[in-house]
Design a protein around this ligand. Structure first.
Ligand SMILES: Nc1ncnc2c1ncn2[C@@H]1O[C@H](COP(=O)(O)OP(=O)(O)O)[C@@H](O)[C@H]1O
Ligand SMILES: [Mg+2]
Length: 211
């Protein structure tokens, strides 16, 4: 079966795009392709000038490590680390100094409204707080592209609203090109563009798919 079929799409640097569509229409498959976690059987994908469809494992790993931030429905925080350690850890792994990593982590915790919780452990946080921590972590290395796949799919509505507000601010501040898969009308509203999918195709009004 074709999870995606004839998808043709261009997203400009700094855009904030919301991707919507019913379950099973191919949203996650499209995000995995953009993240270099999956490769297309045919077709081309360029991000930041890098040809993902042609790149080897080392180049893809480098792409994900340096240029990409990912946020999923489940937060995947490390339970043995507190909030600020979780957020700064990717920078430490890249060899950035402890003080610089922590400074950058503090700025991002401020951005996502988690400064007061920086020494809490994962089990002491609500789902929304965990997700906001995960968003801060995804931005720590200043990625050019941030992809969030149903980031509020596992949250109560109050937590979801805060997460959406944080994403809206990231989009408006153009901290990264932002692609958010969401069922939330509020996120879709805040985005600068909405891409609607159906049965592996893009069906947004005005979108022209190749024959
Ligand atoms: N690993 C896989 N193997 C086979 N089919 C898959 C796989 N992942 C997804 N699919 C199928 O591809 C289609 C698109 O799935 P997905 O991209 O996860 O949709 P969405 O994120 O919009 O719910 C669905 O029909 C799904 O069942
Ligand atoms: Mg999905």
């Amino acid at each position: 079966m074709h999870a995606l079929d004839g998808v043709s799409l261009e997203i400009a640097r700094g855009e904030f795009v919301a991707v919507t569509g019913p379950s099973g229409c191919g949203k996650t498959t499209l995000m995995h392709l953009l993240a270099g976690l999956d490769s297309p059987t045919t077709g081309e994908i360029f991000v930041d000038g890098l040809a993902l469809h042609d790149a080897g494992d080392a180049a893809l790993t480098d792409y994900r490590r340096r240029r990409l931030g990912l946020v999923f429905q489940f937060f995947n925080l490390l339970p043995t680390m507190n909030v600020i350690e979780n957020v700064s850890f990717p920078l430490l792994l890249q060899g950035v100094s402890y003080s610089e990593s922590e400074q950058r982590a503090r700025e991002l915790l401020d951005l996502v409204g988690m400064s007061e919780r920086s020494t809490h452990f994962v089990h002491q946080l609500s789902g929304g707080e965990q997700q906001r921590t995960a968003i801060a972590r995804a931005l720590i290395h200043r990625p050019s592209l941030l992809i969030a796949d149903e980031p509020t799919g596992n949250l109560d509505s109050a937590s979801a609203e805060m997460v959406m507000r944080v994403l809206g601010q990231i989009g408006n501040d153009k901290l990264a090109t932002l692609i958010v898969v969401t069922h939330s009308p509020e996120v879709a509203q805040a985005a600068s563009r909405r891409i609607e999918m159906r049965d592996g195709r893009i069906v947004s009004p005005g979108h022209v798919s190749p024959a």
